[in-house]
Design a protein around this ligand. Structure first.
Ligand code: UT7
Length: 350
């Protein structure tokens, strides 16, 4: 049977380091609060007007292509996961194709909007295309430039301090090699949590889900994706019910990892390396204790980069690979939880 392996990885984080103390100069927060609650020490922010979600992704992709030892023209499909797309539309996939200079190949480009679970969802889509034989080499990218869309006033501190910028990319390739590759992926969602971690504006909802006054013009038709009132009231920024997200995450991470293990007749002892979505160090530590994994079996880099949403797993996986923490044949477990709510896992033999 054809299986999909990750044959190359690349990552990029922007140069500008923003510490917790830096944030404390613009909002009422502290290094102590952020470290204690999240484990985050610093994050990276892109250079405004020079860099973007797509420019990060381009560098990460070029590095993944080089790591896989292929030519960029060998890629036959692009899957791009992000919540901070360069344009409202079209998606980032086509922009990445253009920046890579492979638009003449006219390969398909798909955008995935599954936030923190975006990379695992994208990997699962790639896996299905490989298994059916439709494509042989797929570029799967997670990239975010959160810093362009955060509320840097004290009002936004519960969300803003968590997020950082960066990108990770993987070349997902077909192999006939026995025993290697993605063993299974498991994707879940529950739309009841949609407004618990969200950025609803700009959007076409028109206020039909709640009774908030968004300041829509009093007319039967007219442009309403974004109104002055939304901007004045900060309704154009992300919102998170942190405690509920935390509680749900610590329930769903073990559930979806358990599902992956059960499907493959494995138990937690069979995991060689666990790469959780970097949402909060406390969440990862909780899951680690539950699975009884040693520190060297869990990849955590939230301390340096914060939560980079769709980019967090490919960045962590890439760093682990570069540090020689993953060997051929290792059982690698990826798991994510986030906005939607969506959650997902992938189990692979490297
Ligand atoms: O990747 C997507 C998934 N996201 C997550 O998994 C995030 C899950 N949630 C969390 O990680 C935590 O809920 C947070 C780290 C976001 C927040 O921690 P918390 O312990 O749940 O804090 P809280 O929101 O309940 O706020 C506690 C207090 C509040 O003050 P009062 O009302 O007790 O006076 C907040 O106003 O901390 C205050 N606060 C802050 N103080 C300093 C909130 N944010 C900050 C801040 N600095 N940045």
């Amino acid at each position: 049977m054809k299986r999909a392996i990750i044959s190359g990885m690349g990552m990029y984080v922007p140069e500008q380091v923003v510490t917790n103390d830096d944030l404390a100069t613009v909002m009422d927060t502290s290094d102590e609060w952020i470290r204690e609650r999240t484990g985050i020490e610093e994050r990276r922010y892109g250079a405004r007007q020079k860099e973007s979600t797509v420019s990060f992704a381009t560098i990460a992709s070029e590095r993944a292509i080089e790591d896989a030892g292929i030519d960029k023209e060998d890629i036959d499909f692009i899957i791009f996961a992000t919540l901070s797309s360069d344009y409202y539309f079209p998606g980032c996939g086509v922009l990445l194709q253009r920046e890579l200079g492979i638009q003449k190949t006219e390969i398909g480009a798909l955008d995935v909007r599954n936030q923190c679970s975006g990379f695992v969802y994208a990997l699962s889509v790639a896996d299905q295309f490989i298994k059916t034989g439709m494509y042989k080499r797929i570029l799967v990218v997670g990239s975010e430039m959160h810093s362009m869309g955060l509320d840097f006033s004290t009002r936004g501190r519960g969300v803003t301090v968590i997020f950082g910028d960066g990108a990770g990319a993987a070349i997902v390739e077909a192999t006939e090699e026995e025993g290697r590759g993605i063993l299974s992926t498991h994707l879940h969602s529950n739309g009841d949590g949609a407004e618990q971690l969200c950025m609803i504006n700009p959007g076409a909802h028109g206020g039909r889900y709640d009774d908030v006054d968004y300041g829509y013009p009093d007319a039967t038709f007219g442009s309403s994706f974004i109104t002055q009132k939304m901007i004045d009231s900060g309704l154009n920024f992300p919102y998170m019910n942190g405690q509920l997200v935390f509680k749900t995450a610590v329930k769903k991470f073990p559930e979806v990892i358990g599902e992956a293990l059960k499907t493959n007749g494995m138990s937690p002892e069979d995991i060689d390396i666990f790469v959780p979505h970097q949402a909060n160090l406390r969440i990862s530590q909780f899951v680690q204790r539950l699975l009884k994994l040693r520190d060297d079996q869990v990849v955590n880099n939230i301390q340096k980069y914060g939560n980079t949403t769709a980019a967090s797993i490919p960045i962590a996986l890439c760093e682990a690979k570069q540090a020689g923490r993953i060997s051929k044949g290792d059982v690698v477990c990826l798991a994510a939880f986030g906005s939607g709510f969506t959650w997902a896992s992938a189990l692979m033999r490297w």
